[in-house]
Write a protein of this length. Structure first.
Length: 164
């Protein structure tokens, strides 16, 4: 269990650094108005997390209950395609109607935040893919590739934010 769970410790730290670094760099490099607009856009894009979070809570136990079945690869492929299809539709809808949603929920000063919604919503779609990939690693009982991927992504994220 230790060899299986130990790689998750640095991966969790790298994940936290990656998520926290954007706020730090935004506060450091932009004025408070731009940071506020980013936060409003991020809050709207977080609507995608309602779907991806529910999906993650449901699909893990389902996949593991079927892992010894003869068609597990086909099942995972269908789950992957279903996830991509549904979340792409949701991300597209939130991105296309971001302005209208902001008109309903906020006032005019926040309307420019519509420009960050598509990028951030798509980011949440990609984070859900992370979970699907981790299911396979959990089945093989090897979290080291996950650790390397998350650490590499965090380093790249901080590097891009630093030089942007």
């Amino acid at each position: 269990m230790i060899s299986f769970g130990l790689p998750l410790v640095p991966a969790s730290i790298a994940y936290w650094v990656s998520n926290s670094s954007a706020s730090y760099f935004l506060n450091f490099s932009l004025d408070q108005t731009d940071v506020g607009l980013f936060q409003v856009g991020a809050s709207l894009a977080t609507g995608v997390l309602l779907v991806t979070g529910a999906f993650q809570m449901a699909i893990g136990p389902f996949i593991f209950s079927q892992k010894d079945g003869p068609d597990i690869k086909l099942l995972i492929n269908r789950v992957f395609l279903g996830y991509i299809s549904i979340t792409t539709i949701i991300v597209s809808a939130i991105s296309i109607f971001a302005y209208e949603i902001l008109v309903i929920l906020t006032r005019e000063a926040y309307y420019p935040s519509k420009s960050v919604v598509p990028v951030l919503a798509f980011n949440f779609l990609l984070l859900g893919l992370n979970y699907i990939g981790a299911l396979g690693l959990n089945m093989t009982k090897d979290n080291k590739p996950y650790m390397y991927a998350v650490i590499s992504g965090a380093i790249l994220n901080v590097f891009i934010l630093f030089f942007y």
